[in-house]
Design a protein around this ligand. Structure first.
Ligand code: WT7
Length: 641
């Protein structure tokens, strides 16, 4: 097991040819604005910006404000004009095994057709278009067609309910919806358009829907409202003259959950977002566009899909894999088979996926040739050292750096990551701020902490891909992010800076527990639990306790077969003691429950709020964002036993 001092230096070959050098890092930190001025050259501007950052009205910052450009041109046409039209933009792999290889020239033509179709339907600059689509190429085409016209896309994850879709459509006042007849799930078609029909009963503002034919099943088409993608897009010309927009023209709205029930519409704009995402994609993954095959295994319904599946790879002219299906369909080796097939060199995925693969066993990836891999990325939650080491060893064969990227829907781009050519990897730590950014850990009073003690993560200088506001709610933007520590961006994450100056993320602040006056991180205890050979996955919550303020309640999934034949009570006591030994007796869970599943949102995040409700015997709050609501009943049954 690794401890805090375990580090892995960059592989020699990677270090020798790294995109980003130590010298560049030092220059960026010494003069961030000069650095971001220089990075603007990644884009093709119609009018080059003369001003990098406008700080005249904080926290409503502007980047590259007098520059003009078109986002889709930067993702598409300019690569074709540069002679790279035949380069593959996407190797798309469908869930049932159908495939498409799409070059930059083909993608450009498709986007032009879709832009012409949207124009025919009356979509113009500044409009909002909702996208409710599976992971099919048309999803990317639709996003870029909106961008080309200066219309905002509002992508809603296709696993969300009709109610959730309607709420987002209404909040953003979308006039057009793009969807599909159905979507594949583990080889079987499932309806999708039906949910749109239901949502649209409550969305008076929607005048048209465009329906992609994916599964071929029967759908109801409302006369005068619904049109088929293949009709309306299919008949268009592949030529489209794009318009240019100011750098601060809105690019998209993406909804994410806040601490209240009402989702927040995060607004991203054009120039700064494209500079920040394309720079980090190039630096964090050491991307070599001519030779790498890059795979973000995330859905376009999340910000990771926006920034690192669509915009950054395309701005950088990269070749990506896009996969529609699940990791275990039709078999548990599907991801590794795809890496082998497409010679993927950079894989970007979430720790929850890695822990699932650990559960399935290392014999599964061992059957495939993964030697094309050279960089492994992680995103979405802290990667516990156990998963880090498993990923590094069983997938990266000990010669790929693991790049743990900390960021948020709000930040748009990576904010903390170990740049693979210049920084060591340290299992469990996200390491250093991205060059040109300024990030600190502070205590309740806002004083900087650098002594390994737990505090709040703040960002104390604006960064190009930052959110600009919450859609329709400037006040909530100011209150949520800029008021806890006035003038600084409050991320909502707990963190610490260790003796080497490296940053560790410790989970959301609302997941930080206070037990008898001791501040403890749920993540730290979860990491200790999954470090035990019996444990596959765990979730820890702080439940109200009369004597200690909060008490630790742990939910644990055992690895198949690992604790067979051992008395249930002995399992529980052993694991509680294990935590006490690994962290401190203060961290010994008051209660530990062995459960068959954990309640997760569709993006794979454990719903701790729900577990807290369960641990405190409370009425359960909203469960509509759960992937599988029956999990809750399973846990309740288990608790009664
Ligand atoms: C929250 C943001 C970033 C895209 C996907 C999630 C947590 C994210 C890490 C990481 C520790 C992480 C934070 C953050 N988070 N990446 N590498 N290490 N925590 O985006 O849904 O906006 O969630 O995810 O708690 O605040 P999101």
């Amino acid at each position: 097991m690794a401890d805090d001092s375990t580090t892995f230096p960059p592989p020699a070959e990677l270090a020798a040819n790294a995109n980003f050098t130590k010298d560049m890092y030092d220059r960026a930190q010494a003069d961030p604005l000069a650095f971001w001025t220089e990075q603007a050259n990644r884009l093709s501007w119609a009018t080059a910006p003369t001003q990098t950052l406008d700080e005249s009205n904080p926290p409503f910052y502007k980047w590259y404000a007098d520059g003009t450009l078109n986002a889709a041109y930067n993702c598409l046409d300019r690569h074709v004009e540069a002679g790279n039209g035949d380069r593959v933009a996407f190797y798309w792999e469908g869930d049932p095994g159908d495939t498409r290889t799409i070059t930059y020239a083909q993608l450009t033509e498709e986007v032009c057709k879709a832009a012409n179709a949207l124009t025919e339907l009356g979509v113009k600059s500044g409009d909002r278009v909702a996208l409710y689509l599976p992971m099919i190429p048309e999803a990317v085409v639709a996003m870029l067609a909106c961008a080309r016209l200066g219309a905002m896309h509002v992508v809603v994850f296709a696993g969300f309910s009709a109610d959730a879709l309607a709420a987002r459509i209404n909040d953003c006042d979308c006039q057009v919806v793009i969807t599909a007849d159905g979507q594949y799930r583990r080889g079987k078609p499932a309806p999708l358009k039906a949910a749109v029909d239901k949502a649209l009963e409550h969305t008076p503002g929607v005048r048209s829907t465009i329906v992609v034919q994916r599964t071929g099943e029967d759908v109801a088409m409302a006369e005068g409202r619904d049109v088929w993608w293949h009709d309306v897009v299919g008949r268009q010309s592949g030529e489209h003259k794009y318009e240019v927009f100011p750098a601060e023209h809105p690019l998209y709205v993406m909804y994410t959950s806040g601490s209240t029930g009402k989702p927040k519409g995060i607004l991203h704009t054009t120039g700064g977002y494209l500079v920040g995402t394309s720079f980090t994609h190039w630096a964090s993954f050491d991307l070599k566009a001519e030779t790498d095959v890059f795979w973000t295994a995330a859905d376009i319904g999340w910000v990771t899909g926006h920034s690192y599946l669509v915009y950054a790879p395309l701005v950088n002219g990269a070749t990506s894999v896009m996969y529609e299906g699940t990791p275990d369909s039709p078999h548990q080796g599907r991801w590794w088979e795809l890496i082998d097939k497409y010679k993927v060199s950079i894989l970007y995925c979430a720790p929850t996926a890695i822990r699932t693969f650990m559960k399935w066993g290392e014999q599964v990836p061992a059957k495939y040739d993964l030697s094309s891999l050279r960089v492994l990325g992680s995103v979405g939650e802290p990667i516990n050292p156990e998963a880090y080491l498993w990923y590094r060893h069983n997938i990266g064969h000990d010669n790929c750096p693991v790049v743990d990227t900390w960021w948020q829907t709000e930040t748009g781009m990576h904010m903390i990551a170990p740049l693979p050519g210049i920084e060591n990897g340290k299992p469990g730590a996200a390491m250093r701020p991205i060059p040109g950014t300024s990030i600190k850990v502070v205590n309740d009073e806002g004083h900087e902490l650098t002594d390994d003690s737990t505090g709040y993560l703040i960002i104390d200088k604006p960064w190009p891909a930052m959110l600009r506001t919450l859609w329709g709610d400037d006040q909530r933007y100011v209150d949520t992010y800029w008021s806890r520590f006035p003038g600084k961006y409050f991320a909502g994450d707990g963190a610490k800076v260790d003796a080497d100056g490296d940053i560790w993320l410790l989970g959301r602040v609302d997941d930080v527990m206070n037990v008898s006056g001791h501040r403890l991180s749920t993540t730290e205890i979860e990491s200790a639990l999954v470090g035990h050979p019996w444990v596959a996955e765990s979730a820890v919550v702080g439940a109200a306790d009369e004597t200690t303020g909060q008490a630790i309640v742990a939910f644990v999934i055992l690895r198949g077969g690992a604790a067979d034949g051992i008395d249930a009570d002995e399992v529980i006591q052993t694991l509680r003691t294990h935590v006490a030994q690994e962290i401190s007796p203060i961290a010994r869970p008051r209660q530990l429950m062995v459960v068959p599943e954990l309640p997760k949102t569709r993006s794979g995040k454990i719903m701790r709020r729900l577990l807290r409700d369960l641990a405190e015997n409370r009425e359960l709050g909203d469960v509509t964002t759960l992937t599988d609501a029956t999990v809750v009943t399973l846990i309740q049954d288990n608790m009664r036993k």
